[in-house]
Design a binder for this molecule. Structure first.
Ligand SMILES: [Zn+2]
Length: 385
């Protein structure tokens, strides 16, 4: 079903036909995006410049569209293994440079300047790690600034003085949008800039913009949008940048069932960013209040496990038999599953759920044990013959 808002119905269609096909990957590295950056630089009116290099010397580029007084700054992949939004911002830049979406006035580039820094941590991306080549979590380096990438981001914020800042990340697949809700495919946060979590004007605007973005996204994700915890973290960039007076918006891309490369979250990042951009210009965000922001359900950690198997019968032939549920998670990026929970798993959701009634297993399941054989056995037993 098309989006009831004609602009977003059209934008979705346009995204389907224009997004970069080679970026449909779970993990993007600099070599993946380089041809795209080159093409954007060569074929569009986007201004671009190398603003610095990573610790190991990979260039970090910034693209700019427009020259107006409202400044929007977006950056992605400060955590190397979180690349969903990198594809999204490159799609967005292509869309914006080819066509003026219907929700923007024709002269929007005179009203606003949009800066985008894709892949701030190319070294971590290459290594598949959250951290930079120095082993530092860049998002805890806002004060110490021992990473060249972190210094670069801070410099950009000082120089550009963004009105709105988009801090784009990926979250682990186990978050639920509220207790018992769907996987949180998108989560939002207007970070605090102080331990007391005051809401000043810019933070209020961030929350209103988020409420609007959520309203637009809810067509695609009626139960899959969460609100991230706003505990203040002085070392983190989002919180530090919120302290500069920028309306700062964190977007976390998350799991969506049967979508391992997070292409749903990729598309919805484009839609959310566009909704934020146009609302900032039109002022439509002012129709929302704090209650609309807090109506977004909590982004609940560990709301899901990878696999939940219920009602397995454990019978080792020597001791009393019993029935348990066994939950498994994938071990980081490895293909192996380990046992996360044994017992009564009511209230726990599985991204995959298997009714193991009637399945007998002869070993006592142990927490932390690799469970690939168990999972293969249960799957085989419950497969309809
Ligand atoms: Zn992150």
């Amino acid at each position: 079903m098309n989006h009831p808002n004609q602009t977003f119905a059209e934008l979705e269609q346009r995204w389907q036909t224009t997004h970069w096909p080679n970026l449909n990957k779970r993990q993007l590295v600099y070599a993946d995006i380089r041809p795209v950056l080159d093409e954007l630089a060569a074929t569009t009116a986007l201004a671009h410049k190398v603003i610095g290099t990573s610790y190991l010397g990979t260039p970090i580029r910034r693209f700019t569209l427009g020259q107006g007084p409202l400044v929007v700054l977006a950056w992605t992949q400060m955590h190397g293994n979180e690349s969903t939004a990198t594809a999204a911002v490159l799609d967005w830049l292509k869309l914006l440079s080819q066509h003026c979406p219907a929700d923007l006035p024709d002269d929007w580039q005179d009203l606003m300047t949009l800066h985008v820094i894709p892949m701030l941590n190319p070294d971590g991306a290459a290594a598949g790690t959250r951290e930079t080549a120095q082993g530092i979590d860049m998002n805890r380096d806002a004060l110490a600034q021992q990473t060249p990438e972190g210094r670069l981001l801070w410099q950009q914020v000082q120089q550009l003085k963004p009105t709105v800042a988009f801090n784009l990340h990926d979250q682990n697949p186990y978050y639920a949008a509220g207790e018992g809700g769907d996987p949180a495919t998108i989560a939002f946060l207007a970070p605090a800039y102080h331990p007391d979590k005051h809401v000043d004007g810019p933070r209020l605007r961030a929350k209103q913009l988020i409420a609007h973005m959520r309203q637009i996204l809810s067509h695609w994700l009626p139960q899959g949008i969460g609100r991230y915890d706003d505990t203040y973290s002085q070392r983190s960039f989002g919180d530090a940048i919120a302290g500069t007076g920028a309306s700062t918006i964190l977007i976390e891309s998350g799991e969506h069932r049967h979508d391992p490369n997070r292409q749903v979250a990729r598309k919805l990042n484009v839609m959310a960013l566009q909704a934020g951009l146009s609302a900032l210009l039109s002022g439509v965000y002012q129709d929302y209040g704090l209650a609309d922001y807090y109506a977004i359900p909590d982004n609940v950690s560990d709301g899901f496990v990878d696999v939940k198997m219920t009602n397995l019968t454990i019978d080792d032939g020597e001791h009393p038999s019993y029935q348990v549920d066994v939950c498994l998670n994938r071990c980081n990026a490895s293909p192996s599953y380990v046992i996360e929970f044994v017992g009564d798993s009511r209230g726990q959701q599985g991204l995959e759920e298997i009714d193991g009634s009637g399945v007998k297993w002869q070993q006592l399941p142990q927490l932390g044990a690799v469970a690939d054989t168990l999972l293969a056995f249960v799957r085989q037993q419950v497969t309809p013959r």
